[in-house]
Design a protein around this ligand. Sequence first.
Ligand SMILES: [Zn+2]
Length: 291
Amino acid sequence: EIIAYRTRENIGTTTRSVNPDSVRLMDAMFRGSTFNNVDHETGRVLICPHGPDPVLLGIRGEDPTSVTNTFNQIKIDEPIERAMIFKTNQGTDAHLSCHRKIKTLLPYQSTVIAGTVTGAPRVLRGGHVIFRTSDETGSVDCAAYRATGLVRETALQLVPGDSVTASGGIHPRPLGVLTLNVEKLEVTGLVDTIRVENPSCSNCGTRCESMGKGQGFRCRKCKARLPKTFRVEKLELRKITLGTYHPPPRAHRHLTKPTSRNGIHRDTPFETKNDNIDQTLESLVSISIAS
Ligand SMILES: [Zn+2]
């Protein structure tokens, strides 16, 4: 990540003179080697913080040269105190590497659990979706907040019996109850769901009505009766498929691995060939650093 810092006069103000169109342009140019510059659903620029902190902007990417080249494309209309390049675990899911059994969960852990949905999703005020997941050691409520977009939409379609791998932070609730706030949801198994319908009358074809719970059916037209075993079971089409669901970039935490980095894994040191580093530094020298 390359981070540019603001000068003393500007620290404390919340607007940053970074041209958003130039950010969108550089994002289109360097999308493969940098990530989370722009939220593509909303067009919102994500590289600038919004608070009074000293960071002007931060661009995350795959290597020092890419982030520097990207940085050089952005139109910035305020002085820069300095720019620094960090090796970082942002965008790597580093916090979601620890798989745990539900019984061992503790508040404030970031973790991954694998289990079976045992409580149908319910929608809370504010639109958040809660579903219960169990493994052989216990069960926990999983919360997919409204801002998690596709994660929430997917959670809403789960039914008991489905298999999931849920990643996220463990949060304490009153009375020692824990909730897993879902940051990433993998659906690993979907059960068949069956819809029960009233049968058609065998005399006249009219749709029958139920005579009550546990009772049989009666034709609305000719009053013929059918035993309850005549109920029709139809396989329902599941609206979700197996796969991994991510929140939109605007709802990412710093460590969340974006979809655009799927399959990318770096565990070796960056190439530090002198030519590369020299070129990178040279291009940074051209920045008008505030004196
Ligand atoms: Zn009938």
